[in-house]
Ligand binder design. Structure first.
Ligand code: FAD
Length: 485
């Protein structure tokens, strides 16, 4: 049976209103935030509860049909890109906050819950959900779990992985399993560690138990204008080197500032080659003390204008430029690639200089807006698809930037995942043995590779195949440390 053949049985099992087969309606789901790649799925299931997901996955497993989970579709690496021969399981109807438990600092949510909605609901109890992707108004907690998403405040509070203590999970065989819970740690293998960040390749999260963080007594935010990115980068290293861990340090370069001004008139310091937004939070006395240090490091490294947000309205204005930056770039370029790579923080000045050389040599503009405290870059590679060859040049520049990240001891992705977009870059970062070992983990969950196949790994392999270049058994198998299924 093919994927479309599942429509009848699934309609009978789940109800007509949860299964889409109409071609026009299916096209709604043909891509995620990475709109270069488009594939119309054979069938869409709008899951409303765990049993809907498990029933759908069991049907897929029975007939060897691939499936892909989709949260809000804001992923920028094509992770939720459907398969033409597969089922897309959409989680956005599973959006109940099941429990807010301030006593244990936990919340239990369905995967389609929107990130910001959880903080809003928790606020009256004096808590919030700390990981805050810039897409937090729309992205889902399930998508955050799958991508191990980060955000501006993850410098101090850690990524999604640090905030998930349990999941209910549908395996690629359709079994519903519970990993972890409200307790901080559980015995046995760290399956939660494997599942968070697995980009939908190990199964589907149908419920998440997450940490809530106490709302800080005080928040203070500063905007500093620098002549160039070298000096702004040096200020970042100086602040953190001095032992201050701000809640966030974000940087934008001149082109990103230009785009943000064009879109939202955020009024950043005129003539700045770079701006930093630095936010401190915590007990009022500690924040006041550290804030003076931060200001001093900014001035010592060349800041020519420093503004301190007087109230929440001004703070929101500082953040408005930063938070709208990705979309704002659409004002200055018809097309762009949002890249995502990480470097050690101290390499920021050098890497930013190299990016501008790469951009100049290729004749492709690159705007930089990023989480400077983590060294988490988001170069926006601008192009016009209407001009012959520009898209290819932009793709080459993107690849060259990722190579640069690897050369500096960084990574090809920080928070946006590998998805379908960066699978081809994985061998630049990992050896064959590394990739084979990851495949062994994947195969332990998904022996027939039906859960989001073609993502993360450069070439999908089945578990029975001899992995990679190895003609004999895999070294881990030969050493008695692993089994092939
Ligand atoms: C403007 C903008 C700003 C962004 N800023 C940030 C940022 O600051 N930090 C950051 O980390 N990301 C950022 N992103 C990327 C994106 O928002 C995150 O990766 C987010 O976690 C994706 O969530 P989603 O619900 O949209 O997932 P989707 O895009 O729908 O899916 C993403 C991946 O997760 C899988 N998936 C979804 N739900 C489940 C589930 N329940 N179980 C298993 N797998 C699942 C999908 O198969 C896919 O592989 C940004 C995106 C945009 C458009």
């Amino acid at each position: 049976m093919d994927a479309l053949g599942l429509a009848g049985p699934l309609r009978r099992a789940l109800g007509d209103h949860k299964v889409i087969t109409d071609h026009q309606e299916l096209r709604t789901y043909e891509c995620d935030g990475l709109a270069h790649y488009k594939v119309t799925p054979a069938l869409v299931v709008l899951a409303e509860n765990t049993e809907d997901v498990a029933t759908t996955v069991r049907s897929c497993a029975e007939h060897g049909i691939p499936f892909v989970a989709r949260g809000s579709g804001t992923g920028l690496s094509g992770g939720a890109l459907p398969r033409a021969d597969g089922v897309l399981i959409v989680m956005s109807r599973m959006r109940r906050i099941l429990e807010i438990d301030p006593g244990n600092q936990r919340a239990v949510v369905e995967p389609g819950v929107i990130n910001l909605q959880l903080s809003r609901e928790a606020q009256p109890t004096g808590y919030y959900y700390a990981p805050d992707p810039s897409s937090q108004q729309v992205c889902s907690i399930g998508g955050n779990v799958a991508e191990n998403s980060g955000g501006a405040h993850c410098l101090k509070y850690g990524f999604t992985a640090n905030h998930v203590t349990g999941v209910e999970f549908v395996t690629p065989a359709g079994d519903v399993v519970h990993i972890g819970g409200k307790a901080p740690d559980a015995p046995g293998y760290d399956l939660l560690g494997a599942v968070v960040g697995s980009e939908g390749t190990l199964g589907i999260a149908t419920r998440a138990t997450v940490r809530l963080t106490r709302s800080p007594e005080e928040v203070r935010t500063l905007l500093a204008g620098f002549p160039d990115t070298d000096q702004a980068g040096a200020a970042v290293s100086a602040i953190i080197g001095a032992g201050v861990i701000p809640a966030a340090i974000e940087m934008m370069d001149a082109l990103a500032i230009e785009a943000a001004e064009a879109a939202v008139q955020c009024g950043y310091p005129a003539g700045a080659g770079a701006v930093l937004i630095v936010e401190l939070d915590g007990p009022a006395s500690e924040v006041a003390h550290q804030f003076d240090d931060v200001e001093g490091h900014c001035r010592a490294n060349g800041a020519f204008e420093i503004r301190i947000a007087a109230d929440d309205v001004e703070r929101a204005l500082f953040w408005k430029g930063r938070k709208s930056a990705f979309a704002a770039v659409g004002r200055i370029s018809p097309d762009y690639i949002v890249q995502d790579g990480v470097i050690p923080r101290t390499s920021l000045p050098e890497v930013l200089r190299r990016i501008s050389e790469i951009s100049r040599d290729a004749g492709v503009r690159v705007a930089n807006v990023f989480h400077a405290g983590d060294g988490n870059l988001h170069p926006l590679v601008l192009f016009d698809d209407a001009n012959e060859g520009e898209a290819d040049r932009a793709e080459e520049v993107s690849g060259a930037i990722l190579d640069l990240c690897i050369q500096h001891g960084g990574s090809i992705t920080g928070e946006h995942g590998v998805g379908s977009d960066k699978a081809k870059y994985m061998p630049r970062m990992f050896s064959d043995d590394d990739l084979d070992t990851m495949q062994l983990v994947r195969c332990a969950f998904d022996p027939t590779s039906i859960s989001n196949p073609g993502k993360v790994f450069p070439t999908p392999r089945l578990c029975g195949e001899v992995p990679g270049r190895h003609r004999g058994p895999h070294p881990l198998v030969a050493a008695g440390k692993a089994d092939l299924f």
